[in-house]
Write a protein that binds this ligand. Structure first.
Ligand code: DX5
Ligand code: ZN
Length: 214
């Protein structure tokens, strides 16, 4: 299992210490949630913060843009150190063009879908993307409960990938803990994002290992 702890639940007053904890952990990537207050009803942090994090770690940054017009921020996302750029299908009118631009900029391209967006809408982009991120909560906030219908979407997405030449990874984000993580692992997820489960734990490094070993 690839584990991508979400910095949204970190202590922003001590962000360097939390990144240092991730550096000492078995986390594979660091998930960075950018929110613009338009695409989602919340505002988080932006490129200067991600750039500062990139200078403290060699772990790949998995940047999840919950913003309108993400196609306008491809080079800024790359320049702040992102290895993976996640854009929402719902935010991209020209999704194919945006995916190509992300890859041309040298990043891995990931497409994210909200809980109410069907997997079938990815049929004509699946061979172009490096990863699909299934939201298992409505985006905008950490600490929400896992939407169980996501398990069905993981199965559908696995079928779509296996019936094509796609090698896309399946990432799931929202309400992931040891219980939902185990269900997702059995169902075929490759990457788990976890915010609250890691950062609100008395033993964040242990929480990361527990997901890693699912
Ligand atoms: C929600 C974000 C998530 C969030 C997950 O909009 O995309 O990455 O940090 O937080 P938890 O794991 O607490 O649900
Ligand atoms: Zn996220």
């Amino acid at each position: 299992m690839i584990v991508s702890p979400s910095l949204l639940s970190a202590n922003f007053a001590r962000l360097g210490e939390d990144v240092d904890m991730l550096n000492r952990s078995t986390a594979d990537w660091i998930h960075c949630d950018v929110m613009d207050g338009v695409f989602v009803p919340n505002i988080s942090f932006g490129f200067p913060v991600i750039k500062a994090v990139s200078e403290l770690t060699s772990k790949p940054l998995d940047v999840h843009l919950m913003i309108v017009n993400p196609q306008n921020y491809v080079s800024q996302t790359r320049d702040c150190g992102a290895a993976i750029m996640n854009v929402h299908q719902e935010a991209c009118i020209h999704l194919h063009r945006t995916v190509q631009a992300i890859k041309t900029a040298g990043m891995k391209a990931a497409v994210t879908i909200n809980p109410a967006t069907p997997v079938v809408l990815l049929e004509d982009i699946i061979e172009e993307v490096d990863m699909v991120l299934l939201m298992s909560v409505n985006p905008g906030f950490g600490g929400q409960s896992f939407i169980e219908n996501t398990l069905k979407k993981v199965r559908q997405l696995r079928q779509l990938i296996d019936s094509s030449s796609s090698k896309a990874l399946i990432e799931v984000d929202g309400g992931v803990n040891e219980r939902t993580g185990a269900l997702l692992a059995q169902t075929g997820a490759d990457v788990l994002v976890a915010g609250n489960y890691v950062f609100k734990s008395p033993d964040p490094i242990g929480a990361i290992s527990s997901l890693k070993n699912l």
